[in-house]
Write a protein of this length. Structure first.
Ligand code: URA
Length: 426
């Protein structure tokens, strides 16, 4: 990269609401990845973007520069069409676990390059690591071989995929600049485009447990994600989904695996089944396959792929999942119909019990979490259990109970419980 710019000038320009030129963006992202632009300078730039935004041309160039910071994967030699799903993150969001084997059982290759959790939203790898023996780190060759033979893989994204995003995401996390629509959009799409999937379905969440608290913001994020993907030649669409209450009944790691297996066995909570099938149908149609995901949940084909997928990565699908050393019930203090369960509060409770981490190097507890004993629409009486808390650290229970104070709301009747608000693109 030959062009040289003053990063202070670029920060001032963005801070004053001016557009960055394409070559300025290329230089900035490259110089930051190489350590020429310092973390404190990039923090100031992230804050300037947070307040001033990026227009479509800037966003597209910013995303392209993040992709160019690393290498791209090539799935074109696989015998099946590739389709991926990405969720913007939520509480109890274990959908990847039943979805990847389900869509693979329909004939697609599903590469789910996933991450670990930070803060109140869980990470798919943390959940899968509750399965005894399962390993997240695969080489590219192992991943390709598994995609060809099994059709689905859930594994850690290698360090070479959009390294600029790895650095920038860690920085945003500690500088209060995560919740910026262009920064989220470029972060997600740089990884997905570099990954090389031919189709992508996004699950853009809104509500208290999501990055986007309002439908208007979630719609804008979805629109920007879809246009970045489409412009890069990836068949991209998005489901706008509700994350005001936790998904399903289990929020944690091992307990979310158990709930996912229930779904693969043809049962499980209605909202998890609804969202899994909605995403699966969108993914299957994005790659032109003619298969019925609902039928593959019923006939056990999706479960067969799950078992193969777990075994291929050293896990034992029949092994007992870890059990927490301590548990405690949270009881209803009144009679009524449950009309709300605040996702953020439950995510925080689960995190305090040990299911999540505060710093990226912290360990997580496989058995910690919250199991909801009542869900929206249930009529409960005073003294009835609303939730069970699980942890290996007894003194974490008080903090979790505090987080849940006021999380359950009661009223005359429950509103609609459908998770899917809208479909954008596709
Ligand atoms: N997920 C990502 O990968 N990046 C973000 O910025 C937010 C959610």
């Amino acid at each position: 990269m030959t062009a040289q710019f003053s990063v202070v000038d670029l920060i001032r320009a963005k801070r004053s609401g001016r557009r960055l030129e394409p070559e300025q963006i290329d230089w900035l992202i490259d110089a930051y990845t190489r350590g020429v632009v310092a973390d404190e300078q990039m923090s100031a730039m992230a804050m300037a973007v947070f307040f001033q935004g990026l227009d479509d041309a800037e966003l597209s160039r910013w995303t392209a520069a993040m992709i160019a910071s690393g290498h791209r994967l090539d799935f074109s030699k696989l015998s099946r069409p590739t389709v991926d799903k990405h969720s913007t993150g939520g509480v109890g969001d274990k959908i990847t676990l039943p979805l990847a084997p389900l869509v693979a059982s329909c004939g697609a290759a599903v590469p789910q390059l996933s991450g670990r959790g930070l803060g109140h939203t869980g990470g798919t790898l943390d959940k899968m690591e509750a399965i005894p023996g399962w390993r997240a780190d695969l080489s590219n060759d192992e991943m390709m071989a598994q995609l060809d033979s099994v059709g689905a893989v859930i594994c850690a994204a290698g360090p070479g995929l959009a390294p600029a995003d790895k650095k920038l995401y860690a920085l945003r996390d500690v500088t209060g600049t995560v919740e910026s629509i262009p920064l989220i959009a470029s972060s997600i799409m740089s990884k997905k485009i570099a990954e090389g999937t031919s189709a992508l379905v996004l699950d853009v969440k809104c509500g208290s447990g999501a990055f986007m608290k309002t439908q208007a913001d979630a719609r804008e994020l979805a629109a920007r994600l879809v246009s970045l993907g489409t412009d890069a030649g990836v068949a991209t669409s998005a489901l706008l989904t509700d994350m005001s209450s936790p998904l399903g009944r289990a929020i944690g790691n091992g307990i979310e695996v158990a709930e996912s297996v229930e779904v693969l066995a043809g049962g499980g909570p209605a909202d998890i089944v609804e969202l899994t099938l909605a995403l699966a149908r969108q993914m299957v149609s994005a790659v032109g396959l003619d298969a019925d995901p609902q039928e593959n949940l019923r006939n056990g084909r999706a479960m067969d792929v799950w078992r193969q997928m777990v075994r291929a990565q050293g896990g034992d699908p029949d092994a007992a999942l870890p059990v927490a050393h301590h548990s405690q019930q949270v009881l209803a203090d009144r009679d009524g119909v449950l009309t709300g369960i605040d996702a953020m509060s439950v995510g925080l409770a689960s995190w305090r019990l040990g299911a999540g981490r505060a710093r990226k190097e912290d360990p997580v507890q496989a058995a910690a979490g919250v199991r909801l004993e009542a869900v929206i629409g249930d009529t409960v009486t005073a003294g009835q259990p609303l939730a069970t808390l699980f942890t290996d650290t007894a003194d974490a229970i008080g903090g979790a109970e505090e987080a849940l104070a006021g999380a359950f709301t009661f009223g005359a009747g429950a509103a609609s419980t459908s998770r899917v608000i809208d479909v954008i693109g596709g």
